[in-house]
Design a protein around this ligand. Structure first.
Ligand code: KG4
Ligand code: ZN
Length: 339
C-alpha cells in the first residue's frame, strides 16, 4: 500500500491531498478570494496567498486523512504548467517536506493530472470490477481556464494530443464573456447557473471553421463583444434584460463547438469511450451533452465528480501514484516550468 501526499499550487487554488493507492483519503482546497476584485488572477497576489495557505492546507489534509507524516511514502507536486511564482511555493514546500521526511519526490504535469483524475477510485464503486474507470484507449476533452485539448490516451502516460486551441482556451472565453456582462470572476460557474433560466437559441454566435481537431475561441469572444456593443447602443439595459438568454446562448455555442470535434475524433479513431476533464468539465450543459452524444452512439461517457473538475491535489496524487508504481521519482534540483 502506497501513501502519497500531493500538492497543487499552479494557479489560484492551494490544495493538498493524501492518497492511499488510488483512493483519496483527503483533498483540501483553499481558494483565493483576493483576485475577485481584479476580474482575473493576479500572479503576485496568488503566490503570496499560496505562501499563507500552504502549511494549513497540508496540515489539514494530513489530519483529515487520519494518517501521520511518517506514513507518507512520497511527496508529489505540480511542476507545471502554471504561474511561476505559484508553482515555486508548491515545488519548494514539497522538496523541503520530502527532505525532512527522507522520502522521494514525484513531479506531476498539471494537464496529465486533470486527465488522470478519471482513475481515482471512488467509495461508491470501489469493489466493483467496472469501477467507472475508463479503459485504454479513450478520448478525453481537457477544458480548463488555460487549456483546451482533445487527447487520445493509450496508456496513463502515453497521451497523444489530437487537437488544441490556436488561441484562447474555452474557459478563458467563458470567463471573458462573463466579464463583458460584468458577472464577476471566475465567470464559468455564474454563466452555468444563469443559463439554466435562459433560452439557448435566443442568440446566434458564429463559430470559426478550423481544420482538424483544433479549436479557436477568440473569434467567438469578439463576436459576443461586438453583438453586445451594437445592442447596447439601442438599449443600454440590453444585458440586464437578457442576461439568462445571453448566458444560455454563449454556453450552447461553446459546448456545441467543443463536442462536435470530440465526437468527430472518436468516430475517426474508432474509440467508444469519451471523458471530460478540467474546470470547464463542471459545466452542466457540457456534462449532459456528452452523455447525450455517448448514448446516441452507444459509447461510454466519463464525467468527473465536481470536486475533481477544478484544480485540486487529489488529481496530482493519482498521477503521482502511477509514477510511483513505475519508480519514476524526480531529482531535488528540478525547477518548475510555466508552459
Ligand atoms: O481547471 P481549472 O480549475 O483551472 C485551470 O487549470 O485553468 O479551470 C478553471 C476554469 C475557469 O475558466 C472557470 O470559469 C471554469 O473552469 N469553470 C466553469 C465552470 N466551473 C469552472 N466553466 C463553465 N461552467 C462551470 N460550471
Ligand atoms: Zn487546472
Amino acid at each position: 500500500m502506497t501513501t502519497i501526499l500531493a500538492i497543487e499550487s499552479s494557479c489560484d487554488d492551494t490544495s493538498a491531498a493524501i492518497l492511499r493507492d488510488d483512493r483519496v483519503l483527503s483533498n483540501v482546497i483553499a481558494s483565493q478570494k483576493v483576485h475577485e476584485q481584479y476580474g482575473g488572477v493576479v500572479p503576485e497576489l496568488a503566490s503570496r496567498a499560496h505562501q499563507q495557505n500552504i502549511i494549513p492546507v497540508v496540515d489539514g489534509a494530513i489530519r483529515q486523512s487520519g494518517i501521520t507524516k511518517e506514513d507518507i511514502d512520497a511527496v508529489a507536486f505540480t511542476r507545471g504548467p502554471g504561474l511561476l511564482g505559484s508553482l515555486m511555493v508548491g515545488v519548494n514546500f514539497a522538496k523541503s517536506f520530502a527532505l525532512a521526511l527522507g522520502k522521494p519526490i514525484i513531479e506531476v504535469n498539471h494537464l496529465q493530472a486533470h486527465v488522470l483524475s478519471h482513475f481515482i477510485r471512488r467509495p461508491e464503486n470501489q469493489d466493483s470490477a467496472d469501477a467507472g474507470i475508463p479503459k485504454f484507449p479513450f478520448i478525453c476533452l481537457l477544458v480548463s481556464g488555460g487549456h483546451t485539448q482533445i487527447l487520445l490516451l493509450k496508456d496513463h502516460f502515453d497521451i497523444e494530443c489530437l487537437g488544441t486551441t490556436i488561441d484562447d482556451a474555452a474557459g478563458e472565453a467563458i470567463d471573458k464573456a462573463a466579464k463583458i456582462m460584468d458577472l464577476g470572476y471566475p465567470g464559468g460557474p455564474v454563466i452555468d447557473r444563469l443559463a439554466k433560466d435562459g433560452n439557448p437559441e435566443a442568440f446566434q454566435f458564429a463559430t470559426p471553421h478550423i481544420p482538424g481537431y483544433n479549436y479557436s475561441f477568440s473569434g467567438i469572444k469578439t463576436s459576443f463583444l461586438y453583438f453586445l456593443r451594437d445592442r447596447l447602443k439601442e438599449n443600454p439595459q440590453f444585458i440586464e434584460q437578457h442576461k439568462a438568454d445571453l448566458c444560455a446562448s454563449i454556453q450552447r455555442t461553446i459546448v456545441a463547438f467543443l463536442l462536435k470535434k470530440v465526437e468527430r475524433a472518436a468516430i475517426d479513431h474508432h474509440v467508444n469511450q469519451l471523458a471530460i476533464a478540467g474546470g470547464v468539465s463542471a459545466n452542466s450543459l457540457l456534462r449532459s451533452e456528452l452523455q447525450r452524444i455517448c448514448a446516441r452512439h452507444h459509447w461510454k461517457a466519463f464525467i468527473p465528480p465536481f470536486q475533481f473538475c477544478t484544480d485540486n491535489a487529489a488529481m496530482v496524487g493519482i498521477a503521482a501514484y502511477f509514477k510511483y508504481l513505475r519508480g519514476d521519482f524526480a531529482n531535488m534540483d528540478l525547477a518548475p516550468y510555466t508552459r
